[in-house]
Structures are given as C-alpha cells and as structure tokens.
Design a protein around this ligand. Structure first.
Ligand code: ADP
Ligand code: MG
Length: 734
C-alpha cells in the first residue's frame, strides 16, 4: 500500500474525520456517536476479526459441517432473493440464494424482512457465516447467517475474491444499524480505513522509547497500525497485534507503577501497639480455630501494619472461606491502638449482615460499633456522625453512604472494603482521604485469578485464603434437562422426608423482570398445588417489602417451609444450614459467578448437599432477538461450558477463571469505574505472558526514570500524559 510522505508532521488527534475523503458531515456525525472524531480515532478502530482462505469452505461441503454442528464461512455470489408468508404466523420470511463454483445455498431470515428485502443486489459477493443446518428436504441451509459484503456489483473495491486466492486477509469491522444507514457496514469501514491508512498512517507518532522497541523487537507504531488493518499475511498480523497489545498493557502497568511509587513515598502516621489485647480476646472466644490460611494472611497483615508505610492489601478468598473474621481481627488491632475503622460493603443487605455478625462477635469486647446506610432518620444520623467526629465510635460499618461529604473521623486509621470490584478506585480513594494515610484492606469474594488481580489491583499487595474451614463437605452437582424434572422432584421430596429443606431457584433478569416474575409466581402455584401439595412452600422475590422478605426467610429458617421457591435474591447473605438441596431452573441463563454464589447457599452444614441444574439450551433459539446464527450458537456453547464447569468443580478460583474466559474481563469489571483504562486489543486473560513483560518493563522504567525526564523516554511521557491523564489524577488521590 502506498502511503503519503507529506503527512509526517500532522497532529492526527485533532484532525476532524469529516475532512477525510469519503466521509463528510453526515457520516462524521454518526461516527462521532461511537466516539470516532479524529483521524487518529479512526486508525484505532481495530477490526473485530479477519477473514482468510483457511476459514472458507465450499457449498458442496456444507453437509459435512452441518452434521458436526460447527460454524463455517462460504464466499458466494447473490443469485436470487424471494419472500414467502409463513402460514402460521402470517409473517414474511426472507430467502436468499447464493452460489459459488460448487453449488447453491439458501439462507433464511425469519425476522427483519423489511430490511433484508432491499439489502442485496444480484451478483454482489458476500462472505456468509453460520452453523449449517438441514432443511426439510435434507439440503444444507443457513439460518440468520452473519454476512459481510465483499464486493458490490459495479464497484472499484479491490477484488477480494482474487486477493483471497492468493492468501490475502480481509478485515471485518463492527457496525450498527445507524452506521449501516450511512453506508458504513464492514465494507464501508474498509473503504474509509483504506484511505485513512494510505494518507495518514505515517504521521502516527511513536509512543514507546527506541530502547523498548529494539529490545523487544517491536514494529514501528505506524507499521503496526497499517498491518492491523491491512495485513499482507498472518505473520505480519500477529506481529502487529503483539505490538499494539504490548503498548496498551505497558501503559496500564505504568499507571500502576506510578500509583505504587506514590503510595510508597507515604509515611505511616499512627503506630500500632505490638501486643494487642482485643484480637486475642476474640480469637479465644471463637467456637472454631482459624485455618492455616487465615493465620498466614493475618501474619502478612501484621507485617504491613508494622512497616513504616501504610498498608494497601487485597484479601481474596472464596465464598465461605472466612474473610470476615480476618477483617475483624485486623479492625481490632487498629481499635486497640486507639484508631477508628471504617468497613464499607456494597449493598445495604451486606452492610446489615456484617453489622449483625460483628456485633455478635464483639459482645464481650468494649468496642462501639455503628452502622451508616442510606435510610437513617435525620436525628439518628446526626448522632452517628458526631460519634465518628469525636472518636467515641470505634468501628463504623456502612454502604457508600460512608464516602459522602459530612462523614468525618477523629482518627481514621484503617479502611476495610468488602467486594472491592463493585466499588473501584474512586470510592477507595475518597474513603481513604477521610483519614491521614490510613491502612487499606480490600476484600473480594469473587475469586480473581492471580494474573488478573495483578492487573486490576496492580498497586496492591495480594493475600489469598486458599483453604476452606475443615468441616465442609463438597456439594454434589448434577446437570439435568426439563424431561428429568419428575425425578428431580422425587429427589427433593425424599430429602424433605429425611428432615432436610430445599431451594428452587428461578432466573430473574432485568430486561424482562415482569414477565419472569409472573412466571416464577405461576410456577410457585403450580408446584404448591400440583407437585408438592402435601408440602409447605414459601415464595421469596425481590419485589417483596423488606419486612415481608424477613418474614419468609424467618419461616424458612424455623422450618415452617419445606421448600423455598425463590428468585436470585437469595444469592447473598442467606444462611440456613438445614437446606441441603438447590434446584436451579433455566440454569443456562445464569452467569457462572452467579451460579457459584447461589450454590454457596447449600453445603453450610454437616450433611451432604446437592445442587441440580436444569438446562434448556433451546431457550436461546426461542429468544434470539435479532441475533444472527453465530451469536446464538456462541451463546449456547458458552451456556454449555458454564454448566459443565459447575458440575466439574466447586473451586471458586477455577470457576472464576473459566468465567473470565467466557465473558471477558471487561464484562465482569466495569473498567471505567474500577479505575482502569479500557483495553481495546489486549486481553488480560489471554495475554498473560505479554502482561508479565509489560509489567516488568513498566516498573523498571518507573525505577530508572521516575519522572520520565530523559529524552529517550519523551514519547512515553507525551503519550502517557495525554491519554492517561484522568487515571494519573486518580492515582494521586488514591
Ligand atoms: P466469606 O469469606 O465468604 O466472607 P465468612 O467470613 O462469612 O466467609 O465465613 C463463613 C462462615 O464460616 C461463617 O459462619 C464463619 O463464622 C465461619 N468460619 C470462619 N472461619 C472459620 C474457621 N476457621 N473454621 C470454621 N468456621 C469458620
Ligand atoms: Mg463475606
């Protein structure tokens, strides 16, 4: 590809897209909506995937893949379009027949006829992807295929068909209905990117130092950008990906290195007593002894508290591993030394639960505990705030009500944050700022693989409770289908007969909450009247008032119900050791982390517990909502994988790892709010090795040249200050 030598000294980040040939005001307005304003933005709009010869099959071979239910791509020319009205639903069904040199293939769309009817021209060339199925006559067909236009009938686009045969690679770009309306489908993007790359890629500045580039054999940045869009071959593409990924990860780690350097310059203000009385009293009064993992973590914390710098520690441990007691013992060390402690939980339910647990534990220790959540009466709130201000309250448990203005402490020495990933850096920083360099302990019940912890909390030290209290029996998990339900009901009945209790859980997802709730209520009635008419069933869901919820829960605890039919409200905070069976309906719709949390509600006593997952994968076909064949297939495959994982392990860390692979880290940790810049191309789960290198290089750089003052590092500083400004600010307050 020819590039323009004159573009060398332009600032592409301020060059409006509107002036690029082929864009204009209409397209630029739509592009701006997805955040593309400048030429630079466009150059960083990476392909969502690539098409190359190796993925393409001939139509004549489709039957083979239909039997194996694997997704494939064909490249074919549009031959015929037609529509028929479905007799049952009276809806128009759209048929598209395409041909390649080996045969004809029919594609079917049951939805979207209005759009599809004018979407294709006879003779245009498409790449179509789907899992092939057989029609009634036994011929392969594509239902709702994903498609990418390769060549319109009378067009000057390069002849992809030909390019293809010589091993070329075609980039595919993400589009949307709004973008398509102004001609920016995948093909439209290819055209404007072709222009942008050929005219301006040379003006892209280098972001890394020459030393890094040559030591790690990276491509020049402009070269990498050209190749990510229009690679000449697979090697080149791979090299480009490595470069761009490394760069992202490097700057991310540089951010952590900076935060770390900042906290390490801080000096502890308050000293801890070496011999603490309160923690000892509590340990002696516990009905159990601490696990070795708990003891080890406590030693790590004590070492931190004795160091001249404030603690910044992340405490990880699976559900039920006993983090609360560790946090509480740490709190007591602080209180013993005359300091106040703030304990923040993500929801009111959790805050209340902690408050109750902590108050019970501390019955015989002279410590004043308060709770601060949203719904206090004004007087009560004023009293609490005064107690915090004058130091008479030692420990306050609360929600993010704690970070509000007006909450001030006399001597805040320790901040404990539960379920860190729901808060993010901003909350952490604000709460911290209420003390003078307080110690910080953040806890997460969502087990995070070590690699990810390092990335997400790269500025924290990590402790792991990797051992469960000894009295637990692993829960047995089984995967069943709708057809097996009578047997499952019989099993539940057996357990109830033996004096146990059970949960039946229904999915409740926000988008269709009303419909779901209705379904759950109806099922509850059916179960009570038709299946378990001789047993006592309770119903618990989120729309009940707090008092009603408490009542239902209390009755279940008192064994006035045998079976509790519930929505996911029981995910957290419920502890009924006599409940030993959990049946989860439509388990395919639940996330993996959620299933793990739910299953954690059983297995809390000495009896063997069971979790039975009822899966209905066809649900995804029935609720496709405009998704194409590949998306539906992908959803089903992921659901299968989630449930298989649940059956094969109860290890929260393994589950979290699979969850991350399936969902991607961005989905689990809202990146912006966790104080982490968004990653566009790197994946912290898949690119672990690269992450490791990036981390080493970034921390080394921060050691060698903490203010990035050398000429050599000027490109790094420029890019860092310009693009990571808001995160650097966060680092300063954090
Ligand atoms: P999580 O880590 O999920 O916050 P918790 O701190 O709520 O777990 O502990 C779960 C349960 O285990 C609590 O009832 C707690 O009292 C109990 N527990 C904690 N540590 C131990 C231990 N070492 N031995 C036995 N039970 C323990
Ligand atoms: Mg907990």
């Amino acid at each position: 590809m020819k590039t323009n030598p004159q573009s060398k000294h332009m600032d592409l980040s301020t060059y409006p897209l509107q002036y690029l040939k082929g864009i204009g005001p209409k397209r630029s307005a739509v592009l701006e909506e997805i955040g593309l304003k400048s030429i630079e933005d466009l150059l960083h709009y990476y392909p969502r995937g690539y098409l190359d010869r190796s993925q393409v099959v001939r139509i004549v071979d489709l039957a083979f893949y239909a039997q194996r239910r694997t997704p494939v791509t064909v490249i074919a020319e549009v031959f015929r379009v037609e529509a028929r009205r479905a007799r049952k639903t009276n809806k128009m069904i759209f048929f598209l027949t395409v041909k390649d040199d080996s045969g004809y293939l029919t594609c079917v769309w049951f939805e979207g006829y209005q759009w599809y009817k004018d979407a294709f021209d006879i003779g245009e060339v498409l790449a179509l992807s789907a899992v092939p199925t057989f029609d009634v006559q036994g011929r392969p067909q594509f239902i709702h295929p994903q498609f990418d236009r390769l060549k319109r009938v009378d067009e000057d686009e390069p002849d992809w068909g030909k390019l293809f045969n010589t091993g070329g690679i075609i980039p595919k770009y993400r589009s949307s209905a709004a973008l398509e309306r102004v001609g920016l489908d995948s093909r439209g993007f290819r055209r404007i990117l072709r222009t942008a790359v050929s005219l301006y890629v040379n003006a892209v500045p280098e972001n890394l130092s020459n030393t890094l580039i040559s030591n790690l054999s990276l491509l020049p940045r402009s070269e990498a950008l050209r190749a990510i869009h229009f690679p000449n071959n697979k090697d080149e593409l791979e090299q480009a990906r490595v470069c761009l990924k490394f760069e992202e990860l490097f700057f991310l780690q540089l951010l952590f290195a900076l935060r770390r350097a900042t906290t390490q310059r801080e000096v502890r203000l308050f000293q801890y007593k070496t011999e603490s009385l309160f923690p000892r009293t509590l340990v002696n009064s516990l009905p159990f002894s601490l696990t070795n993992a708990q003891k080890r973590v406590l030693r790590e914390i004590v070492t931190d508290l004795r160091s001249p710098h404030p603690m910044n520690r992340l405490l990880q441990g699976d559900v039920g591993s006993g983090k609360t007691i560790v946090a509480l013992l740490t709190a007591l060390m602080a209180i013993d030394s005359g300091l106040q402690v703030a304990f923040m939980a993500p929801t009111e339910i959790l805050a209340e639960q902690h408050y109750r647990t902590i108050s019970t534990y501390l019955q015989n220790i002279p410590v004043t505990v308060r709770m601060l959540i949203g719904g206090h009466k004004k007087n009560e709130r004023e009293t609490f705030l005064e107690e915090l201000r004058n130091g008479s309250a030692n420990l306050v448990v609360g929600t993010h009500a704690l970070v509000e203005e007006g909450v001030t402490f006399q001597k805040l020495g320790l901040v404990i944050i539960d379920e860190q990933h729901r808060f993010g850096v901003i909350h952490r920083a604000t709460l911290r700022a209420k003390g003078t360099t307080p110690d910080v302990l953040v806890m997460t019940a969502t087990p995070i693989p070590r690699t990810l912890a390092m990335t997400l909390y790269g500025d924290l030290d990590v402790s792991v409770i990797d051992e469960m209290p000894a009295n637990r029996k692993p829960i047995r998990t089984a995967l069943r289908t709708e057809r097996d339900k009578p047997k499952v009901y019989a099993f539940l009945r057996d357990e109830v007969r033996r004096g146990r209790q059970a949960y039946i859980v229904f999915p409740l997802i926000e988008e269709s909450e009303k419909v779901d709730l209705k379904a759950a209520k109806k099922e509850y009635e059916r179960l009570q009247n038709e299946v378990f008419s001789d047993l006592r069933l309770g119903l618990l869901h989120g729309k009940l008032k707090t008092q009603e919820k408490d009542e239902v829960m209390q009755k279940f605890k008192n064994r006035e119900y045998d079976i509790l039919v519930a929505t996911t409200v029981i995910e957290v905070g419920i502890d009924v050791p006599n409940a030993t069976v959990m049946m989860i309906e439509n388990a395919e719709r639940f996330g993996l982390a959620q299933l793990h949390q739910l299953r954690g509600r059983v297995g809390r006593g000495a009896d063997q517990s069971y979790c039975i997952l009822i899966a209905d994968y066809e649900w995804y076909d029935k609720h496709r909502k405009g998704k194409d064949a590949l998306e539906v297939w992908d959803e089903k495959e992921k659901a299968r994988k989630r449930l298989e994982t649940m059956v094969s392990t109860t290890d929260g860390f393994k589950i979290a790892e699979v969850d991350l692979k399936l969902r991607g880290p961005g989905d689990i940790f809202g990146t912006r709010q966790s104080g982490m810049p968004e990653l566009k191309i790197a994946n912290i789960v898949e690119d672990v090795q690269l992450l490791d290198i990036a981390r080493k290089e970034a921390f080394k750089l921060m050691d060698d040249d903490p203010h990035l003052r050398s000429d050599e590092n000027a490109p790094i500083r420029t890019h860092f200050e310009k693009n990571y400004k808001e995160y650097i600010e966060l680092g300063k307050i954090g």
